[in-house]
Design a protein around this ligand. Structure first.
Ligand code: ASP
Length: 323
């Protein structure tokens, strides 16, 4: 094992997270879950495990938690159904796997990894993705497993708001945003990791956005948008209003700004957020490079996030810069 730095950075979604809405009890629950996620992924890296293993292990913790918009606790689409998307990328080989529109797979990130490792393809969707999972012996869960009362309330509120504004339709790209004013955050989960062998990987998992149209796919499973990893530059996972991350080719933009313009990770990440915001989008990302430097810029009031880089403590934050 080398003495190279190693570590990981995670997020549990960006958005308008404000003190009055986040009770102290709920904030403690989030911070505890974020720390557990960081520690789970870090333990894999510390014992010499691969960055891909660390990314899957960390994301599974958040998929299994009802707090985050991924797996159990995912937001619901306009039909009241949870449709889940996930992706993972290997920065060493640029191999990638992604799934979209799942309705019955408990841990979408695990299936994304199987697409990466066991198929010649990058992305499988809907029924085809679930048929592949069936062949591999995955356990199927009813869609109700993902649904929580909190997400049902958010969907009801989104529908009510939509109904009230029916007479005054919003511009095309604002419709989804408006439908998510519910608790004002996105909640997708993601992880970017650097292992002791010096390799980078990233993954993202989500239920998308509340009240999304049936069949809508966001940036999270799109390689180069919500997820990207390349050993020569960085590994990253994004969160926010997916349409803008797709249109700005967000993840690849961060990597390209480093590779072609020589920007540091922090500068490239900040510039990509600025360009995405210029289109009208909101959100952020977590990223790590091969030196173990991390960046977590966002243009929302808060982003659930955490990190641990070799030798350092587990750190978690929710709001803007926390001293
Ligand atoms: N980016 C995700 C999507 O648009 C949402 C999120 O980040 O919470 O599907």
């Amino acid at each position: 094992m080398s003495n190279l730095p190693f570590g990981l950075v995670i997020h549990g979604g960006a958005g308008v997270i404000v003190r009055p809405e986040l009770t102290p009890e709920l904030e403690t629950q989030y911070r505890t879950a974020l720390a557990e996620t960081v520690d789970t992924g870090y333990a894999v890296l510390e014992r010499g495990g691969s960055c891909l293993d660390a990314v899957v292990a960390a994301i599974k913790v958040m998929e299994d938690s009802p707090l985050f918009n991924a797996g159990h606790g995912a937001v619901m689409n306009a039909e009241g159904v949870c449709e889940l998307d996930a992706s993972i990328m290997d920065g060493r080989t640029l191999d990638a796997g992604a799934v979209a529109g799942l309705q019955h797979i408990r841990n979408p990130i695990a299936l994304a990894r199987d697409v990466l490792e066991r198929t010649p393809h990058v992305m499988l969707i809907g029924g085809g993705a679930e048929a592949f999972a069936w062949q591999l012996g995955y356990e199927f869960v009813p869609n109700q497993y993902f649904q929580t009362d909190r997400r049902r309330r958010q969907l009801a509120l989104a529908r009510e708001l939509e109904h009230r504004t029916a007479a005054h339709p919003l511009p095309r790209h604002e419709r989804v945003t408006f439908a998510t004013v519910d608790d004002n955050k996105y909640g997708t989960v993601g992880c970017a990791a650097l292992d002791r062998a010096g390799n980078l990987a990233a993954g993202t998992s989500t239920g998308g956005m509340t009240n999304k149209q049936y069949g809508r796919v966001g940036d999270s499973p799109i390689i180069g948008a919500g997820t990207y990893a390349k050993n020569a530059t960085c590994a990253l996972s994004a969160t926010g209003h997916g349409e803008f991350f797709i249109r700005s080719v967000f993840g690849h933009n961060v990597s390209a700004l480093m590779e072609y313009k020589g920007l540091s990770l922090q500068d490239a990440a900040t510039e990509a957020v600025r360009q995405m915001a210029e289109l009208g989008g909101t959100g952020g990302l977590v990223a790590i490079d091969r030196q173990g430097r991390i960046a977590m810029p966002f243009n929302t009031p808060g982003m659930y996030r955490g990190s641990r880089v070799a030798g350092g403590p587990t750190e978690v934050s929710v709001f803007g810069p926390e001293a």
